[in-house]
Design a protein around this ligand. Structure first.
Ligand SMILES: Cc1cc2nc3c(=O)[nH]c(=O)nc-3n(C[C@H](O)[C@H](O)[C@H](O)COP(=O)(O)O)c2cc1C
Length: 338
């Protein structure tokens, strides 16, 4: 029996913010209601990321922005038909900024605003307004699927870097970048974002692949909640990046249980963000998770979260090659030996 009264320190830091534990509700329509944000705090989350303010909600001022809209609109994450009740309410900029202010008044935990930005242009202005509205930090949700075969990888990467640099030049609050894993060299991309001034990297955005409806012969949006299997890609990259880049690392995607949280922290995450688990099991599941986390730490004789942060990262494990190609053949042959 674990003595839960024994002091186990779950505190962590993220983007310079002191957090009582590593549990963060990630950006989703759950965070669109002030009442939910309050419940998220009451259930024990240490911070909340608000649903994104989407590019579609912002006046189409620039050609640059127009291009991104045409390329990305079919795949945008708010095209949610499987969860109609969760569809993002259209929140224009004024409503969104007022929502930040209302959430800040309603809760004590840090409130991170999320901007679905891909280009400079108006984004910098909205980031500034989010800061003015009281956001403790900004998460740039870069959901960008390049489709032009003539667009080079370098040029795609520069878009990210320019965006981060432009926003960083104009705001004082910390800026995290939420991005997908599909880069030729993720580690190099992380370095570039560090150089551009990113304070945090939120790994990884999910790429919502559309499905085919064989009766109507239409390409249809398809949103499924995550499974714990998706955690592995995040553990791999967070484990690779920890200690090699300065921005704080946040894990988003596939964290469903207290042991998933432990793995994320051991890989090197400062915080673990969750949406699917909360949609499946309700906001109060956060409370269960913090208890289970305490129990796990107690059973394994840890005194604090910080003690295990990065302990399974590539730099810390005795066989770093387990993270690399050298392990490829071993993995394949492990199937035969089952
Ligand atoms: C219904 C739904 C809406 C979402 N809306 C947003 C959003 O507005 N902005 C954003 O950055 N991510 C959004 N996400 C992604 C989540 O924040 C999270 O990164 C993703 O679901 C992976 O984490 P999970 O495995 O804990 O669900 C959404 C996810 C879902 C399921």
């Amino acid at each position: 029996m674990i003595d839960l009264s024994k002091t186990i320190d779950l505190s962590t830091t993220y983007l310079g913010l002191k957090l009582k534990n590593p549990l963060v509700a990630s950006s989703s329509p759950l965070c669109q209601e002030v009442a939910n944000v309050r419940r998220i705090e009451d259930s024990g989350a240490a911070a909340v990321v608000l649903a994104s303010m989407f590019e579609e909600q912002i006046e189409l001022e620039s050609d640059e922005l127009d291009r991104f809209l045409t390329e990305g609109s079919e795949l945008s994450p708010e095209s949610i038909t499987h969860f109609p009740e969760l569809t993002h309410r259209v929140m224009g900029p004024e409503v969104y900024l007022a929502h930040i202010a209302r959430c800040k008044q309603a809760v004590k935990i840090p409130v991170i605003a999320s901007l679905n930005g891909t280009t400079k242009g108006g984004w910098v202005g909205y980031a500034k307004q989010m800061q003015q509205a009281g956001a403790d930090a900004i998460e740039l949700n870069v959901y960008y699927i390049p489709t032009d075969p003539d667009l080079s990888a370098d040029s795609v990467e520069r878009t990210y870097v320019d965006l981060v640099r432009a926003v960083k030049a104009e705001v004082r609050i910390p800026v995290a970048v939420k991005l997908g894993p599909y880069f030729s060299n993720m580690a190099n991309m992380a370095k570039k974002l560090e150089a551009a001034g990113a304070d945090g990297l939120v790994l990884f955005n999910r790429f919502y692949q559309p499905d085919f409806d064989l009766e109507s012969l239409e390409v249809v949006p398809n949103l499924m909640l995550s499974t714990p299997y998706e955690l592995l890609l995040r553990l791999h990259w967070i484990g690779m990046l920890y200690g090699n880049v300065k921005p704080d690392l946040a894990l988003t995607g596939g964290a469903h249980s207290a042991t998933d949280i432990v793995k994320a922290i051991m890989a090197g995450a400062k915080v673990v963000m969750m949406t699917s688990a909360l949609l499946k099991r309700g906001i109060s599941y956060l409370d269960t998770l913090s208890t289970e986390l305490l129990v796990w730490l107690g059973e394994h004789e840890y005194d604090s979260i910080k003690q295990m942060q990065g302990s399974m990262s590539r730099n810390s494990v005795p066989q770093p090659r387990a993270f690399e190609r050298a392990n490829y053949m071993k993995v394949l042959s492990s199937y035969a030996s089952r």
